[in-house]
Write a protein that binds this ligand. Structure first.
Ligand code: CMP
Length: 147
């Protein structure tokens, strides 16, 4: 069934100025872009977004990275969008992705394990939370028909 997922282009990717190119990839993969915005998170907002990782060794560098510059945040819709978007971006670690999934977006555009270029929600529950986090007014919009 048609799902929504939250996609983020992280600061290392936004800096490359390839957002248009990436949007074309997303559209030709069959996703609909329901919402899109560019924003900079404060360290507090980044900590809140990644609260589940609080206490992990990489948490401080994750928060610093995610608040280091503009993000492009999108709500994508497609049948099984959550799985498909995660497949398209590839494994978490961009360095390893270059070996195992060389065609994935993280392999091509990501930097390393923390600065991995892209985010995708990992379940229906987290997609709902993450979409509300960035688009608190959008959840009532119907998903377009015929997808
Ligand atoms: P993301 O999919 O946004 O979800 C959590 C983020 O934390 C992840 O992408 C990476 O940016 C970072 N991350 C996850 N695991 C590790 C790890 N083992 N070492 C460093 N950074 C990580």
């Amino acid at each position: 069934f048609v799902e929504r997922t939250l996609a983020i282009f992280k600061p290392d990717v936004v800096q490359k100025q390839i957002t248009d190119e990436l949007e074309e990839i997303i559209l030709s993969a069959g996703f609909t872009i329901l919402q899109k915005k560019r924003l900079v998170m404060t360290p507090e907002q980044a900590s809140d977004f990644y609260a589940e990782h609080y206490g992990k060794l990489f948490f401080p560098s994750l928060v610093a990275y995610m608040s280091s510059g503009p993000l492009t945040v999108m709500v994508l819709a497609k049948a099984s969008a959550i799985t498909y978007w995660r497949e398209l971006i590839g494994p978490t670690n961009a360095v390893k992705a270059r070996q195992t999934h060389p065609d994935s977006l993280r392999a091509i555009y990501g930097t390393d394990e923390t600065r991995n270029g892209f985010h995708g929600s990992d379940s229906l529950y987290t997609a709902d939370r993450e979409i509300r986090f960035f688009f608190s007014d959008s959840i009532v919009e119907p998903i377009p028909r015929g997808q």
